[in-house]
Design a binder for this molecule. Sequence first.
Ligand code: ZN
Length: 87
Amino acid sequence: MSNILFQPTACLHCQALLEESREMGNFCSLSCFAAHDRSYGSLHDYKSGMYARPATKAQAEASAAAALVDGGYGIIQVDGVSCFVQP
Ligand SMILES: [Zn+2]
């Protein structure tokens, strides 16, 4: 039995399922760890508020720009879905 009760089962960066060995902790690869480390915030679904995935630099910038004109929500369209970026 492995002790996974208090650990996420997916990579914190790309959401890929983690291998049982977990050599990279909560990340599937060193590149994901590095990418997450310089994260631009997290992308959330606007309607549900649910976390979707890490935001890209472009999304973070677009959300920051949108927040100036939409009352601070920073709503952007990602794949046709209203989202916001949580810095
Ligand atoms: Zn990953």
